[in-house]
Design a binder for this molecule. Structure first.
Ligand code: ADP
Ligand code: MG
Length: 603
């Protein structure tokens, strides 16, 4: 019974089993060679789309080169088998290798582009490759293509027309589906999700978003190349058609209709998109209209694809039981400050930053000691958040230096700075709304667990790194007082709780320095007191904290020192008692009467 419960929790669902059974029965119902070829084509498209899910679904980048990688794979196999008589050991491998090389070369200039420019650039690359294929007649056969491609032979075994190539194709689909499932679940999969949904949050927890995207792009190319090779051995001719846009459109349609992140979506989508024209053929010349309407209807009814829709229903009808997490014993916070190290943990010197004509920061210097809580105050627009963004590497300062543990970090990538032990929260919350609170925090263990593609592939049925990360996360949620909502989606939480979840996520980095941007906003007086006490406890354990706050009754008793900014300039620095009576500070807070600042003394 217990085993059964574990089984169902691990993701195997009755619908999936039914689908697999139907798929397994399909070949036995095939009556003609034509149907067999159609079923083979379904497998080829499923493989193509499984690959496309990596870049389009899991990375959220609208790549339009998937059809090109497919064509390159098809040509590679075609040319090698027709011109050189090579077997599948070479044709399949080179069909995967060439798109991989092409993807690596184009990734450098293209992958960093913003979404629509990325789409356009990838489209352009496709046109160039097509042109090469048409003009390089000696090699590719030009616009006529190459005929006479042999059957797929692997180590002397021939996959004959019909059954043979169909079995080979679906074996590749099975392996591809398994790899895709392994790669995109667990901690690595969660990191992918954060990259896609909230890249700013991703870099703030040490995730190298560019590296993940690059890996996904390469994977998509390899899958497409293999699909192309199988296509060449199935159709037995290769022509510029293999590189033309309709293949890309079919791939995009399959992924959108089936589901962009579920393995089953690629297979179901391929079945539908390949067969719909057949099923509608009886309608004569109206079939294109019916086909178009059916596709449109599906996209409107199920924007995340059919499998996405099913997954949504399932989570609504059968809310996942919070799995019993074993609590690892973890410290609430803190890389212990190295006692031998002297001097402040963070030292910011002479920072200047302008946005066009707006001088956001002018010659700002401050430091945060080990275990110290430093307050940063100033009217709206005085540059507080900008300073925090400079420390975390989101902005590069025009002038000045940022030193952490006596190492210059200005100009370093955000994710690197996070990995060095700088955790932060955001003034405008940056959580992934569709993810549970627990997973939002757990994913911040990504850098710590050192999860890469290889570990993700090697992990067993359940990803142990993910299990450890989640149990660690539950501890941290307890430490900030948000464990009660661990299994809720983060999007539905009240503002104050979201802030606490962000603090827990930052703590998952085991930071030496915690940067909080207005953490008390949205909390009532009681919650503010609770938060202040928790922060003080973290600081006693050695965590250094920089708090941006407007709320003086919250900050005055909390901070050991306070720095005040006004219009980007540092106008005061000192103990709370000095700041409270500082004329310049009082004047900078026009509209805040003296009494309110003084009042904070008593509260
Ligand atoms: P605070 O957090 O103290 O309210 P900010 O640091 O957010 O202030 O902003 C300081 C100034 O810099 C403001 O005038 C703001 O409009 C400007 N600013 C901040 N970020 C940007 C940006 N990315 N582009 C242009 N101007 C910006
Ligand atoms: Mg701000």
């Amino acid at each position: 019974m217990r085993a059964l419960a574990d089984w169902s929790r691990s993701g195997i669902r009755p619908l999936l089993i039914l689908g697999l059974a139907l798929l397994a029965a399909w070949p036995f119902l095939i009556e003609s060679a034509y149907q067999m070829r159609l079923f083979t084509i379904v497998g080829i498209y499923a493989l193509l789309s499984l690959g496309y899910q990596f870049i389009f679904g899991h990375s959220g980048a609208l790549s339009l080169t998937q059809g090109t990688f497919f064509g390159v794979g098809a040509y590679a196999s075609g040319i090698l088998s027709v011109r050189y008589g090579l077997g599948g050991e070479f044709t399949l491998v080179l069909s995967m290798l060439l798109p991989l090389v092409l993807a690596t070369v184009i990734a450098v200039p293209v992958l960093r582009l913003e979404s629509h420019y990325f789409a356009l650039a990838t489209l352009g690359i496709g046109q160039v490759v097509l042109l090469v294929a048409v003009t390089w007649q000696d090699l590719t056969g030009g616009s006529n293509g190459l005929a006479g491609i042999t059957a797929l032979r692997l180590f002397g075994f021939e996959f004959v027309k019909g059954h043979g190539i169909m079995a080979a194709t679906w074996a590749c689909v099975a392996v591809g589906a398994f790899l895709s499932w392994r790669i995109t679940r667990g901690l690595y999969g969660a990191a992918l999700q954060v990259c896609r949904e909230n890249p700013i949050a991703a870099v703030s927890i040490g995730i190298d978003t560019a590296a993940l995207r690059f890996a996904m792009f390469l994977l998509s190319a390899v899958f497409a190349g293999l699909a192309g090779a199988l296509y060449a051995h199935t159709i037995r001719v290769v022509s510029p058609e293999a590189l033309e846009f309709p293949i890309m459109v079919a791939c995009l349609t399959i992924t959108v209709v089936g589901g962009r992140t579920h393995v089953a979506g690629a297979i179901l989508g391929a079945i539908l998109v390949v067969n719909l024209p057949e099923w509608f053929r009886g309608m004569g010349r109206y079939y294109l209209i019916a086909y178009g309407l059916a596709l449109l209807g599906m996209i409107i009814a199920a924007p995340y694809g059919i499998i996405g829709l099913l997954a949504q229903w399932r989570s609504r009808l059968l809310p996942q039981a919070p799995s019993a997490l074993r609590l690892a014993s973890v410290a609430a916070s803190g890389r212990p400050a190295s006692p031998a190290a002297a001097g402040p943990l963070l030292q910011v010197r002479g920072i200047h930053k302008a946005f066009g004509g707006v001088k956001a920061l002018t010659d700002v210097s401050l430091s945060v000691g080990r275990g110290e809580i430093l307050g940063l105050i100033g009217p709206n627009g005085s540059g507080k958040t900008t300073l925090l963004n400079i420390v975390t590497g989101i902005y590069r300062p025009d002038e000045g230096s940022v030193m952490l543990e006596r190492e210059y970090i200005q100009g370093r990538a955000s994710f690197e700075i996070a990995r060095k032990g700088v955790g932060r929260t955001f003034q405008n919350i940056n959580l992934v709304d569709d993810m549970s609170v627990l997973d939002n925090v757990a994913v911040a263990r990504h850098a710590f667990e050192g999860t890469g593609l290889a570990q993700s592939l090697g992990a067993g049925w359940t990803d142990p790194a993910w299990r450890r990360a989640r149990s660690h996360a539950l501890h941290l949620l307890e430490a900030v007082g948000a464990a009660g909502v661990a299994h809720n989606p983060a999007g539905g939480l009240p503002y104050g709780l979201k802030r606490k979840v962000e603090i827990a996520r930052a703590l998952a980095l085991e930071p030496a320095l915690l940067l909080l941007d207005e953490p008390a906003a949205g909390l009532n007086a009681e919650e503010q007191l609770d938060l202040a006490q928790r922060l003080q406890a973290f600081a006693r354990e050695g965590l250094s904290i920089l708090v941006i706050e407007h709320n003086m009754p919250f900050l005055m008793p909390l901070a050991q020192r306070i720095v005040c900014l006004d219009q980007g300039e540092q106008i005061a620095e000192g103990a709370p008692s000095e700041i409270r009576t500082n004329r310049a500070v009082i004047e900078a807070y026009l509209g805040i009467p003296d009494e309110r600042l003084v009042d904070a003394k008593g509260t």
